[in-house]
Structures are given as C-alpha cells and as structure tokens.
Design a protein around this ligand. Structure first.
Ligand SMILES: [Zn+2]
Length: 130
C-alpha cells in the first residue's frame, strides 16, 4: 500500500445514519474504510444513508455521545486531525471529544505530526473563479 497516512489532513470521514432514527450512528470512509463498504467498526451499512460528516457531527442534535457507535468513535482516533475536528463537540460524561482527544493532539510537541509530501501541481484542488 502506498497510502501513507498524513496525521494532519486525511481522507473524508462520513457518517452512517439510520433513517428510522433507531440504532447508533456509525462512521465510514477515512483511512479505515476508504471503499465505504462497511462501517469502521465492521457493521454492515445496508440501506442506511451515508452523509457528509459536516452535516451531522458538528450539529446541535447530534451532540449527545449516546447517539454514536462507541467503537466507530474509537476508530476515529486513527484518522487525520482535520477529520477528528468535525466530531469535537460530541459530549461524553468526562468531557467533549475535543477536550478528551483533540486537545492532546494539538498541544503535543513530540513526536511531530507525520506529514506526507505535497501533491503534484496537476493534482492540486484549485478553486474555479468567474
Ligand atoms: Zn460502528
């Protein structure tokens, strides 16, 4: 595998939502499940809806950690910081995900964050302007 992990920016993590609103919210995508055929914890996705994490994780209704699959949130630890940040407002009894997990990552000074080289110019995500 040439998919070297970059700890600061990584592939998008998506959330798996049960349309009937029963059952926990799982995660997919990222380094763990790039093919998005299953949840990070191994649960089948089935007919559930895969949603951009930005529309669910940092939103008021989804702040309670009881709504989330704990095993998937545990796997989130191996994803890049820019993806973890989306989940920072989820609240556990001991504090938010941001306080419990992110604060340690951003305040540490060693080991240094592992970064990968910049992509070729042809692969840059440039912005179209009028
Ligand atoms: Zn899960």
């Amino acid at each position: 595998m040439t998919n070297t992990k970059n700890e600061l920016t990584g592939p998008r993590v998506f959330v798996v939502v049960d349309d009937k609103k029963k059952g926990k919210i799982h995660l997919t995508g990222g380094y763990a499940k790039p093919e998005m055929n299953k949840s990070m914890c191994g649960t089948k996705i089935g007919m559930k809806t895969i949603v951009d994490a930005r529309d669910i994780a940092p939103r008021e209704e989804y702040r309670d950690s009881h709504r989330w699959c704990k095993r998937c949130l545990g796997m989130l630890d191996f994803e890049a910081l820019d993806q973890k940040v989306l989940f920072s407002a989820i609240e556990f009894s001991a504090g938010t995900y941001g306080q419990l997990v992110l604060a340690g990552h951003v305040s540490r000074n060693k080991p240094k964050l592992m970064l990968t080289p910049a992509p070729e110019k042809s692969e840059w995500r440039t912005v179209e302007r009028d």
